[in-house]
Design a protein around this ligand. Structure first.
Ligand code: NAD
Length: 360
């Protein structure tokens, strides 16, 4: 899997400038965009980017609702009706849900169309649009169907962040904190020392985060080894996110990953890998940013089904990523379901009271 070089655009005018010639050679251009991003940005995009004047705009539901079998089918149906050929180009403009869905649809139609990602959330800029993982949720389980296929072009334009709600900004920041915890202590320290969390304060860190993710992905594109580190916080995080998606109070991907990182740190401490003061520092920072103690956590039985579906499970065991210290992490830490169930049952009161169960 070859990852594209990244094009940084200062503003919308320059988004597609370097690709004007190659874009004019595609037979059709389809622009996949969710309703919210379309409402805020589509007019400006069409006004300021002549390269997409003739594009067919395909609107999808906002956020996670778009990563759905019926929506995928709707895109494929339209391409069939339109007799879209293999010289068609798909441009995905949006957050991680849009890049995941659009990348997946493009990668399976006629065995693969070219596609560009234009991420509009922090989450998509520092994580989802990088590394070539595409997919949708199925039977309520996150990302259970998908492909590995990198976009032909990746275009980063931080101007989009000016309209991003605080919740989405914090959600993206969770993946930045993850990069710090697994690989870069200085990044963790810089992010947790910020006086305020704004698009302006986080934008300078985008480049470093892209660098960390791409370095890991380039060494291990199909997740045979080190790429597994990027799953830090995602085992319990995905299960909890899937659970909340079935309720009328879904939680952001980042908030669930933050909770998953607190759990993984708790387990790391329990395994005597991570010192108490380091676990406390991690949990306190995540609590301040994501108010983890206010989340009404599902019971073990409510997340058990989702954990059974985890793509990383091996021989019936759960594979966790654990921490030794900030910036130093280990993958393939194997636990039985029973062990994780007991740890999770201890974790629920811990995250509410911050008291270690045995020290009461
Ligand atoms: N493929 C990967 O490697 C990978 C990595 C991390 C996350 N993900 C996936 O990404 C998704 C989360 O991504 P996300 O946080 O970007 O969520 P998202 O795509 O659901 O976007 C969040 C919300 O922000 C809105 N939005 C997007 N851009 C906006 C803008 N510029 N201004 C205002 N509103 C805007 C969207 O309409 C949506 O309502 C999850 O489905 C997760 O599984 C994938």
């Amino acid at each position: 899997m070859n990852h594209p070089s990244i094009h940084w655009a200062e503003d919308l005018t320059g988004l597609f400038t370097p690709f004007a010639q190659s874009m004019s050679e595609y037979s059709k251009i389809y622009l996949i965009i969710d309703e919210q991003v379309s409402t805020i940005w589509l007019n400006d995009l069409l006004e300021q980017c002549p390269e997409i004047h003739q594009a067919n705009v395909m609107e999808i539901p906002n956020g996670e609702e778009g990563k759905d079998w019926d929506i995928l089918k709707h895109l494929l149906d339209q391409w069939v009706d339109d007799a879209a050929d293999r010289q068609s180009l798909i441009i995905n403009i949006g957050g991680g849900a849009t890049t995941d869905l659009g990348g997946f649809a493009a990668s399976i139609f006629k065995r693969g169309l070219d596609f560009f990602h234009v991420p509009t959330t922090l989450m998509a800029m520092v994580d989802a649009s990088l590394g070539g993982k595409n997919g949708i949720n199925f039977h309520g389980v996150k990302n259970i169907i998908g492909t590995f296929e990198a976009p032909n072009e990746l275009i980063i334009c931080p101007t989009f962040l000016t309209s991003l709600p605080d919740e989405a900004l914090l959600s993206g920041m969770a993946e930045m904190l993850k990069h710090g915890l697994i690989k870069d202590q200085a990044l963790w320290e810089a992010l947790t020392s910020l006086d305020e969390i704004t698009a302006e304060s986080l934008t300078p860190f985008i480049q470093r985060n892209i660098q960390i993710k791409l370095q890991i992905v380039e060494d291990d594109p199909f997740e045979q080894g080190e790429r597994k580190l990027l799953n830090f916080g995602h085992t319990i995080g995905h299960a909890i996110e899937s659970h909340f998606l079935q309720t009328d109070q879904p939680k952001s991907h980042g908030q669930c990953v933050a909770l998953g990182m607190a759990f993984a740190s708790f387990v790391s401490f329990h395994q005597k890998m991570l010192k108490l003061e380091l676990m406390d520092e991690i949990v306190e920072n995540l609590e301040d940013l994501y108010q983890l103690s206010d989340m009404s956590l599902p019971t073990w039985n409510e997340i058990h089904f989702y954990l059974l579906q985890d793509k990383k499970n091996k021989s019936g065991n759960i594979q966790m990523v654990l921490l030794k210290q900030m910036g130093k992490s280990l993958f393939n830490q194997s636990f039985s379901f029973q062990e994780i169930a007991l740890l999770y049952q201890d974790f629920i009161p811990f995250i509410q009271t911050k008291k270690i169960p045995d020290s009461n």
